[in-house]
Write a protein that binds this ligand. Structure first.
Ligand SMILES: C[S@@+](CC[C@H](N)C(=O)[O-])C[C@H]1O[C@@H](n2cnc3c(N)ncnc32)[C@H](O)[C@@H]1O
Length: 539
């Protein structure tokens, strides 16, 4: 059934002049606002108000109109990207962003750091005086072989500070004598070891039991109510290895952004799963059985790998060695000829400086091993612990940049030095002059003999006799076998300086001066620039 109801078709209510005027003005400015996106809202409203002969609007009306104007403009603004990938410019694939000056969407970015965007050259120039303070002189790049790493974006001067970094997490070395989990200093020997009242691990004072370093892990370590894992004495033990791993895993709930960083670090867990399965099983028993946690083996493996691959050794105020994970410094790749110098303050803050003048586009690198060990030792450390073969300028040059640091003298033509045919695997050595070939085992046996001889203490360490004559004879012998910048020569020269330290005769002083000079030249070639080995002190 349909009911017919009479309706009033005429507006017979009172006209609201103010409302009507507000509506009219709103419609006009909204249209103008989207026609000209750069005009200031207040200016637009003022201009339109002039078209009203006698307006009755109040300031609250104008505010509400301005708000509608913003809402209207927002509808026509481009959609804001939700991810970095979405923000890539469709024309050039560079990640876009708001211009550092006018904030319009911009696809050009600072070529120095790539972090700030500009709508054009003019605004980039305008922003430079302010941006130069923050602009990093390096950028992050990646490759299939070397992962993610930092590359200079402009020329760097020796000593220039490149960045500072704060550790995400710190902890004891994998093997350590009794170390306090609160202050990370070695605990002094005493009759009775002080144990943390919460978790029973050794500490140096009750104050350290509640230190922010130890507090989060103390609650978890306390689950080991039978004190199976806590060291009973201050003897060196590998139990401390678990602490940094536990602290990293606890970041998952305590500090999600730091956890995300740890998860993004390279870890080589597939290789580690094969070579270190037994060790991983022990860590899993400690975490999941003793501490009653619930971490999967894969996750534990990843964290163990991230720590092993990325943790750096730093010193506490009391000179104890501990380990720390840094979010930015860990992106420095390795080279046996490093161009970057690290120095950490006692609070763990790390400063990264250019060690030498570095051109634009160069990989920023530190050495993961020692620069004063022979090539085969460096390569073994790198492949066993970091899972790569070093192909830096020093390793890929058979003479190691002319210093023959690992090569013996050719026994046939004596004026030349053997060069390795391959660095890894089945290495053999060959003379570039007479082409004599020598097996790696023989080269290494000669080096081992010398190392034993140096340790035996009978030449350099022994007392009595004429030190000067013995040192001269030894230097002569070593130079018969090796190049005068070979690492065995370096060891003999260092030991000779020690042996002659109290000989004040003129000939001894002259010899010491010559050896110091030769060693300084060698260090300059091994670690050029602002490096600790060459006595460089951070300002
Ligand atoms: C501390 S991380 C450095 C950052 C790493 N590139 C990443 O992507 O996280 C160490 C790892 O980087 C890689 N790496 C470092 N230096 C390298 C080099 N010179 N050549 C090849 N790979 C290198 C190795 O995989 C190594 O285990």
């Amino acid at each position: 059934m349909t009911a017919i109801v009479p309706v009033q078709l005429e507006h017979n209510h009172d006209k609201d002049e103010r409302k009507l005027e507000r509506q009219q003005l709103r419609t006009q400015v909204k249209r103008k606002a989207t026609d000209d996106m750069t005009a200031r809202p207040s200016k637009l409203i003022r201009t339109e108000l002039h078209t009203f002969s006698d307006n009755v609007l109040e300031s609250s009306d104008l505010r509400s109109i301005a708000q509608s104007l913003y809402r209207e403009r927002r509808k026509v603004y481009p959609v804001l990207p939700k991810t970095r990938e979405e923000s890539a410019c469709s024309r050039c694939d560079i990640m876009g962003g708001a211009c550092g000056i006018c904030e319009v969407s911009a696809h050009l970015s600072c070529s120095g750091c790539g972090k700030v965007h500009y709508c054009g050259k003019e605004h980039q120039r305008q922003h430079w005086p302010q941006h130069r303070q923050q602009c990093q002189p390096f950028k992050l790049v990646s490759s299939a072989v070397a992962g993610s790493y930092l590359v200079s974006t402009r020329q760097l001067e020796a000593g220039q500070v490149l960045m500072e970094d704060t550790p995400l997490v710190v902890g004891p070395m994998a093997e350590s004598a009794g170390v306090c989990l609160g202050c990370h200093e070695l605990i002094p020997e005493s009759d009775e070891v002080l144990h943390c009242p919460g978790c029973h691990w050794p500490i140096c004072s009750l104050k350290c039991a509640t230190s922010p370093n130890h507090f989060p892990d103390c609650r978890v370590l306390a689950r080991d109510t039978n004190h199976i894992s806590a060291p009973n004495n201050l003897e060196p033990t590998r139990r401390y290895e678990y602490i940094l791993i536990l602290r990293c895993l606890l970041l998952r709930d305590r500090a999600p952004s730091a956890w995300k960083e740890v998860m993004s670090m390279s870890h080589h867990s597939e290789q580690r799963m094969v070579t270190q399965e037994e060790k991983l099983d022990l860590i899993q028993i400690f975490l999941n059985k003793v501490l009653k946690l619930d971490y999967s083996k894969d996750l534990i493996n990843q964290v163990v790998g991230a720590v092993a691959t990325n943790a750096l050794e730093i010193r506490t105020a009391g000179h104890n060695s501990i380990r720390a994970l840094y979010p930015k410094v860990r992106l420095l790749n390795h080279s046996c000829l490093p161009n970057v110098h690290l120095s950490s303050a006692t609070n763990g803050r790390m400063q990264v400086r250019a060690a030498v003048k570095v051109g634009a586009g160069k990989v920023l690198s530190i050495s993961y091993t020692s620069t004063t060990i022979p090539v085969w030792e460096r390569q073994i450390i790198l492949s066993d612990n970091y899972y790569f073969t070093c192909e830096c300028v020093r390793c890929s040059d058979q003479t190691e940049l002319g210093i023959h640091f690992s090569s013996p003298r050719c026994p046939e033509c004596t004026g030349s030095y053997l060069e390795p045919i391959r660095w890894l695997g089945n290495i053999s050595w060959s003379c570039p002059t007479c082409h004599l070939e020598m097996k790696d085992a023989m080269v290494r046996a000669q080096v081992s003999d010398w190392l034993v001889r140096l340790q035996m203490d009978d030449i350099l360490g022994g007392s009595g006799g004429n030190s000067y004559k013995r040192v001269v004879a030894l230097l002569h012998q070593v130079e018969m076998d090796f190049h005068p910048t070979h690492f065995i020569w370096m060891k003999v020269a260092q030991a000779s300086l020690y042996r002659l330290r109290d000989d004040k005769s003129l000939r001894a002083l002259k010899l010491r001066r010559r050896l110091w000079q030769q060693l300084a030249d060698l260090y300059e070639r091994l670690e050029p620039g602002h490096t600790r080995r060459r006595g460089y002190q951070d300002p």
